[in-house]
Design a protein around this ligand. Structure first.
Ligand code: NAD
Length: 471
């Protein structure tokens, strides 16, 4: 694929030339080469998209459950039909290893999961003498990060539409190629014009136009905690209905009864997921002092199972960072870890051998990390994992909870009941025991990891207002 210009946004069921004229370079992070440019939308485009969503709302909000399920099915088929093309866009623009097919399959799954949720969802409930009606909030503004573009588009859109809302989406300016491929797929589902609109532009231009607009009562945002806080403040005047999915610094607690090889493999897998560019990455690995040396030895040995390299190579587990800026940020954290006295077990500064062109980071393990060090407190968003020792279960829980975040946690134990007791004390929206996973369970953060929940029925409730009618 040569350089290409993405010079259309999607408003009112059509691909149109944006009013905005700013051009933004798109890179292949595996080579550092420019692969294209996107013409960014501006305030005028954002307002046009909001107007289209508002015009489409009366008809869409009164559709039946069956009509919405039918629309979600068509969206799912349209995305499935483009699977190969979408995978190619993710690899090229984001540098996702080819083995990470879940980056597209999770988008397809998001439609399937919402169909399942919608089939069983009670929009009318009885509470004492009252009839409780769950009604659409209205036009929803969906603002998304670059680290899983297609999944966020699919999941937020499916949930909003299932609730009878219409949407204006603002994906990241850095994932325009992926967004374009996804938009073409979604367009083919033939939904009524204006039900969904997609305007790629800057956060401080298109993003703020959406968050400040009085015709957008619902904002669902996934991104960094600082931007989430800015949106929280922005939305206060109009008292918007907010869902904020923010950052994390998730602990992986390895209990002293584990098979170390299995547990450490699970911990490293959760730490390096999506080349560690994941809000849910388990970046603090907590190991018992009684098995500390063994844990370090196993961790270093197993690092070979997570090769960094060309995303097109099926053997690659860890791809490049999304941008030069992100690469520099991660380097800054590696330097900080060394400065603050953590012990470098593997990896370190600079690029891996033979990978000097792209934004590749050496998968890095730090040992003897204490929970007050910067690398244990801040979200790095790169393959830099910290190993911390603990004395007993109480101490492990104390360290796990000693963070501003609370998005996810992982517990590894030979004894499920013991692991569940630990889980019940963790301040995080999701706790996975020995790799357990349920996509339609509620997802979201305690503390500064956010507000509200996504996925399944809890996610759907986030796009509904509740009206009690009492006779
Ligand atoms: P970001 O916060 O910089 O940007 C996210 C989106 O917000 C982008 O589309 C951006 O253009 C837009 N934006 C920026 N400023 C804005 C403003 N003032 N008003 C409105 N919109 C604005 O995040 P990022 O760098 O794209 O993504 C990485 C971050 O996302 C990480 O912190 C990660 O933890 C977080 N994340 C969270 C989850 C979750 O579900 N909790 C999932 C994935 C990523």
């Amino acid at each position: 694929m040569g350089t290409n210009l993405i010079d259309e946004v999607y408003i009112n069921g059509e691909f149109v030339t944006p009013h905005g004229t700013e051009l933004f370079d798109l890179f292949n992070p595996a080579t550092g080469q420019v692969i294209g440019q996107v013409q960014l939308a501006d305030e005028v485009d954002a307002r046009a998209a909001i107007a289209a969503a508002k015009a489409a709302l009366p008809a869409w909000s009164t559709t039946t459950r069956e009509e919405r399920i039918d629309a979600l099915r068509r969206l799912q088929s349209a995305v499935t039909a483009r699977r190969e093309e979408l995978l190619e866009a993710v690899r090229l623009e984001y540098g996702a290893p080819v083995r990470n097919e879940w980056m597209v399959d999770s988008a397809i799954g998001a439609f399937a999961d919402m169909i399942k949720t919608l089939e069983a969802f009670a929009f009318t409930r009885q509470v004492g003498q009252a009839t409780v009606e769950m009604v659409p909030v209205g036009v929803a503004g969906l603002i998304m990060p670059w680290n899983s573009d297609m999944f966020f588009i699919a999941d937020k859109m499916a949930t909003a539409l299932a609730g009878g809302n219409t949407v204006v989406m603002k994906p990241s300016e850095m994932s325009a190629t992926q967004t374009r491929a996804m938009t073409e797929a979604l367009h083919e589902a033939g939904l009524p014009a204006g039900v969904f609109n997609i305007v790629t532009g800057r956060g401080d231009v298109v993003g703020t136009t959406i968050t400040r607009h009085p015709d957008v009562p619902k904002i669902s945002f996934t991104g960094s905690t600082p931007v989430g806080k800015a949106i929280f403040r922005e939305s206060a005047d109009l008292m918007k209905n907010l869902t904020l999915e923010l950052g994390g610094k998730s602990p992986s607690i390895i209990l002293d009864d584990v098979d170390m090889s299995t547990a450490m493999f699970g911990a490293l897998s959760s730490g390096f997921v999506n080349s560690s560019q994941a809000c849910v990455a388990g970046t603090r690995i907590l190991v018992p002092e009684s098995r500390y040396d063994e844990a370090l030895k196993v961790a270093v040995e197993q690092l070979a199972g997570f090769p960094v390299g060309d995303p097109a190579d099926p053997a690659t587990a860890i791809g490049p960072m999304v941008s030069q800026k992100q690469w520099e940020r991660v380097q800054g954290y590696i330097a900080r870890g060394i400065e603050e006295g953590a012990r470098l077990l593997a990896g370190g500064p600079g690029k891996p051998e033979g990978l000097s062109d792209g934004y590749f980071v050496r998968p890095t393990l730090f040992a003897d990390v204490t929970n007050d060090m910067t690398i244990a407190r801040e979200e790095i968003f790169g393959p830099v994992l910290s190993i911390l020792g603990y004395t007993d279960d109480d101490h492990a829980v104390e360290i796990a909870n000693d963070t501003d975040y609370g998005l996810h946690a992982y517990v590894f134990s030979a004894d499920q009941e013991r692991a569940k007791r630990i889980a019940s004390r963790i301040e995080a929206g999701r706790v996975s025991i020995n790799g357990g996973y349920e996509p339609i369970s509620p997802f979201g953060g305690f503390k500064q990891s956010g507000i509200g929940r996504e996925y399944g029925s809890y996610g759907l409730e986030g796009f509904l207002e509740t009206r009690s009618v009492m006779v």
